[in-house]
Design a binder for this molecule. Structure first.
Ligand code: AMP
Ligand code: MN
Ligand code: MN
Ligand code: MN
Length: 276
């Protein structure tokens, strides 16, 4: 069974609508898909209807933006009750913060001589409630400021570069409370992407566990292949279930196709062990 537990629709910063995404996942042989848009669960109704038509299993998910110490990290909630009041209110607060951040990003780009980027970014946003750096990135590429998305994130929008604006996301403990209140399991997304030393990673894993985190992503499109065994070992050492997800954002924008990753290493206990 091909299981993909991390991807994005145009309700956040993906390119495809939720139903297009589900349809493509089906074509690629995915049997169980989790839609995990950033800070928004608004795509799940459409995705569920499409999954029913295609005879696929859909897992309700979300990817929450979190500030831990000085790091921005992402926590995926799987099997959540997407109507849960506390979760929905929390996500609404994050989206509001994104709108304020977008204004600051546009100001910073303006100071660098790039005009009208707020309108430009919104033109690329499928959901005006959920604006992010990817929408600015698409605008910047379209306006000729960089060759492609990879180049854009080297030149702009990251720490030390024009268009970066520091932002306070939700605290880790709070995000985990929302996910748990909504009956879901909290999964630390792409831990290999956070540029932390081993000591800091250990602190994060210990704290994530203590706060009720249940799993970490091991095989993800956001890890390099040589990181799969490293985080497989972390999952065993710290007693986490392991997840697998492409982090697919759309045709031409993701190196990893839906369902297009290797299996979890044999030492891992899959996060879906109790669902299937
Ligand atoms: P945000 O949550 O709005 O700060 O945007 C984060 C999103 O930007 C990630 O989920 C990715 O989709 C995208 N992103 C961040 N860094 C990069 C990068 N270096 N290359 C490509 N996409 C990136
Ligand atoms: Mn994204
Ligand atoms: Mn992420
Ligand atoms: Mn993601």
């Amino acid at each position: 069974m091909n299981i993909d537990l991390h991807c994005h629709s145009n309700v956040s910063d993906g390119l495809l609508s939720p139903s297009e995404l589900v349809c493509r996942a089906r074509e690629k042989g995915v049997g169980v898909l989790a839609l995990t848009d950033h800070d928004d669960v608004g795509g799940l109704v459409e995705a569920r209807a499409a999954a029913r038509i295609h005879g696929m299993r859909l897992i309700d998910g979300v990817e929450i933006s979190v500030t831990w110490r000085t790091h921005t990290i992402h926590v995926v909630g799987l099997n959540i009750d997407a109507h849960h009041h506390r979760l929905c209110e929390g996500l609404r607060g994050i989206r509001h913060g994104r709108i304020e951040r977008a204004k600051r990003i546009a100001m910073a780009l303006g100071a660098h001589g790039i005009k009208d980027s707020l309108e430009g970014a919104y033109a690329f946003a499928g959901n005006p409630q959920l604006i992010g750096r990817m929408h600015f990135a698409r605008f910047l590429v379209d306006a000729g400021h960089a060759r492609n998305l990879k180049a854009v994130f080297k030149k702009f929008l990251v720490k030390g570069k024009p268009g970066y604006s520091p932002h306070q996301w939700v605290e880790l403990g709070e995000a985990l409370q929302w996910i748990r209140a909504a009956g879901g399991i909290a999964v630390l997304a792409h831990p290999g992407r956070y540029n932390m030393g081993a000591g800091t990673m250990r602190d994060l894993l210990v704290e994530f566990k203590a706060l009720g985190g249940g799993a970490i992503e091991v095989v993800t499109g956001s890890h390099r292949a040589e990181q799969f065994p490293v985080f497989a070992k972390y999952s065993v050492t710290y007693g986490f279930l392991a997840s697998r997800g492409s982090d697919y954002h759309g045709p031409g924008e993701s190196f990893t196709e839906l369902g297009g990753l290797p299996e979890l290493p044999a030492m891992c206990e899959p996060v879906w062990r109790d669902w299937l």
